[in-house]
Design a protein around this ligand. Structure first.
Ligand code: SAM
Length: 285
């Protein structure tokens, strides 16, 4: 609606309102020209952590008032910030990437809209999209699931709910929890094509593709450091791209023949008994 549109192509002065500004997810070179321009011209920056944003501002050679803001901010604090946007141009940034994507801003944007404050967005880096593009997994349809729950039962429930969706599933993940999540995926979803995208845009960027059991074995031997996007291919992908022997061999790395047959059957729809017989043959050298 026109009342919510801000024209950021004008030069001085920046009109009052909220500017949602994406920032880099690791490589500072990924700041966009518009983001740098708005950060230079705004009246102040609402940010998760003033130290983190302070470093970005310093890198850009800028000095602006930084106001700490997150979704735990009290209603009064948020109301004050929204009210200030009647006359001030406020940039909202998170520590990294796109605000609101597993980051603060949801309530702020809604309160601004309700108060008739103009809101605009400056797109840029986002780990979901960076991970998806690098993974090579199907991208015609994808579902972003945020962080998987920490508790085992809740995590399994979410995976069971999303597992039937014929899309690539994308989760944010941390190093210490990666193998637990991979195990949960193996248990709940069976054999799926997985990508672990780590340290995107940074010096040690890597994207490792594989099946759950192989990746569990790898990351148990090489505990992952840094930030991670975990991507799970859609259900039909495994069947189309792998022969059953390869799937069974990988499943046998971590499972008994009956379990391996069960997982591959679940992932591919192939006959469990036939898979079990083949698993026994494959296990025999
Ligand atoms: N709003 C951010 C965005 O647009 O990507 C995400 C914020 S969320 C609190 C932080 C999570 O994003 C990390 O735990 C990690 O899962 C993912 N992430 C952020 N930067 C990343 C990077 N450089 N490489 C891989 N994952 C990253």
């Amino acid at each position: 609606m026109s009342s919510h549109v801000i024209n950021t192509t004008e030069t001085e002065p920046l009109s009052a309102g909220l500017y949602i500004v994406a920032t880099p997810i690791g490589n500072l070179g990924d700041i966009t020209m518009r983001a740098a321009d708005i950060l230079a011209r705004c009246d102040g920056v609402a940010c998760e952590d003033t130290r983190v944003t302070g470093k970005l501002m310093k890198h850009l050679g800028l000095s602006k008032p930084l106001w700490r803001y997150d979704d735990h901010a009290g209603d009064k604090d948020r109301a004050r910030l929204v009210d200030s946007m009647q006359s001030r141009a406020v940039a909202l940034v998170s520590d990294a990437g796109t605000p609101l994507v597993s980051d603060p801003g949801y309530r702020l944007v809604n309160d601004c809209r309700e108060a008739g404050i103009p809101v605009t967005t400056l797109p840029g880096a986002c780990a979901v999209i960076a991970g998806l593009t690098l993974s090579g997994l199907p991208n015609d349809r994808f579902l972003f699931g945020g962080f998987l729950p920490v508790k085992e039962k809740a995590r399994a429930d979410v995976l069971a709910e999303l597992g039937a969706v014929e899309s690539t599933l994308i989760f944010y993940e941390t190093g210490p929890r990666l193998t637990k999540s991979l195990r949960a995926i193996a248990d709940v979803l069976g054999v799926r094509e997985i990508a672990v995208a780590r340290e995107l845009t940074k010096m040690h960027e890597e994207c490792r593709r594989g099946l759950p059991d192989g990746l569990i074995a790898y990351y148990e031997a090489n505990p992952p450091k840094g930030e991670i996007v975990l991507l799970v291919g859609p259900p039909e992908l495994v069947e189309g791209e792998h022969d059953l022997d390869a799937l069974l061999k990988e499943a046998l790395l971590e499972n008994k023949p009956s379990q391996a047959a069960g997982k591959v059957a679940k992932a591919t729809g192939a006959d469990r008994k036939a898979l079990y017989a083949r698993a026994l043959e494959l296990r025999t050298p």
